[in-house]
Design a protein around this ligand. Structure first.
Ligand code: GDP
Ligand code: MG
Length: 337
């Protein structure tokens, strides 16, 4: 209730009618509540695996005993946090406890701080530049959720009053083109597509022409997740990049790598492979619901140092959230605000 009162005062100061304000505030809080709830529900399996016991062990404790540290380490490794990130977390936790004034601070808040600090550099929201069209090139292996993420993202950008055009750059499978067209119809977004087997670069070129003619803000391009072999796939992605810059060198491109949280540490290998071919600028981490391997977000953060733009927490079109380090850790540790 106190935050409601605070906001009311703020709005009154800004000469908004009080009645109107209350309305705004309540809507705002409800939306945020839902948002966090979705994340918390999505992370349930990871939370149980990762901290179901450790958070319980840590709660109210102040002594960082060796047995406790070992237990935490096991929990972290078991939830796909990975050896390196686990070592960092352990070391930071010990250091933070030593630094604490008076020694022996409450452990759970310290763990929270350590995890937030690890994830915070990755909290960089995707900004749509004024320069039109902005291109979001969505890459990743088959089945990770590229096309679904495109639909979710298109919906969010439309809600932010951006015009969106979809490019069916996964020409390898006819079903992939149909799937994107289906989403385009549902979202009321134009889809530029060619026949299955068509050159993906040519599809992108057409899409850019259409976007310029229509003054579209954002082109979201789907790409293949599998070709005859991996080299082919990487060559195709490089070519798409060349086509975009040949069309207009000033076009800004977000190369958004989609990885499935359920693949755990394997997602790191995928990221490294894609990074060798194209300049990946952000990550969308999907399917956090339904996996206990959500701890791999910590490994991604620690090892790749790439922005985590979005989290996918369900199959629905609204189940895509901008990544927020504090919320993520709070949901993971089941902590109040
Ligand atoms: N539970 C869950 N399922 C998802 C999520 N994102 C995508 N999916 C599902 O994953 C499957 C593959 O998605 P798709 O977008 O076709 O993957 P693509 O091959 O990379 O384009 C579909 O059944 C999606 O509904 C998510 O965040 N959570
Ligand atoms: Mg697809």
């Amino acid at each position: 209730m106190s935050s409601v009162a605070f906001l009311e005062v703020t709005f009154r100061d800004a000469h908004y009618p009080a009645q109107h304000c209350r309305h705004l505030i309540l809507i705002n809080m409800a939306t945020r509540g839902n948002f966090f709830q979705r994340l918390a529900t999505g992370l349930e399996k990871t939370r149980t695996r990762l901290f179901g016991e450790a958070a319980g062990l840590f709660k109210g404790r102040r002594e960082l005993a060796a047995a406790l540290l070992e237990e935490l380490e096991n929990q972290l490794l078991g939830a796909d946090v990975g050896v390196q990130a686990t070592a960092v977390i352990r070391a930071e936790l010990e250091a933070a406890c030593k630094r604490a004034p008076g020694g022996q601070p409450e452990l759970l808040p310290v763990l929270r701080q350590v995890l937030v600090a690890l994830l915070k550099p990755c909290e960089q929201a995707l900004r749509i530049p004024d320069n039109k069209p902005f291109v979001i090139l969505v890459v990743g292996v088959n089945g990770v959720g590229k096309t679904t993420t495109i639909a979710k993202l298109a919906r969010q950008l439309q809600q932010q009053r951006h015009s969106v055009l979809l490019a069916a750059g996964d020409t390898f499978r006819a079903a992939a083109i149909d799937q994107l067209q289906h989403w385009g119809e549902r979202l009321g977004a134009p889809v530029i597509a060619q026949q299955p087997g068509a050159d993906a670069g040519a599809v992108l070129y057409n899409a850019l022409q259409a976007a310029v003619a229509r003054h579209t803000d954002v082109v979201i391009a789907d790409t293949a997740g599998r070709l005859h072999n991996k080299d082919n796939l990487m060559e195709e992605l490089k070519k798409i990049h060349r086509v975009i810059h040949k069309f207009d060198a000033r076009i800004e491109v977000e190369t958004l790598l989609v990885v499935d949280a359920g693949t755990g540490m394997n997602a790191l290998v995928q990221a490294q492979e894609f990074q060798q071919a194209v300049p990946v600028t952000g990550i969308a981490l999907t399917k956090l619901d339904g996996t206990a391997k959500g701890g791999m977000a910590l490994a991604l953060a620690q090892q790749l140092a790439l922005p985590i733009r979005y989290l996918g927490v369900g199959e629905g079109v609204d189940d895509l959230q901008p990544f927020n380090a504090d919320d993520f850790v709070r949901a993971l540790l089941d902590l109040p605000e």
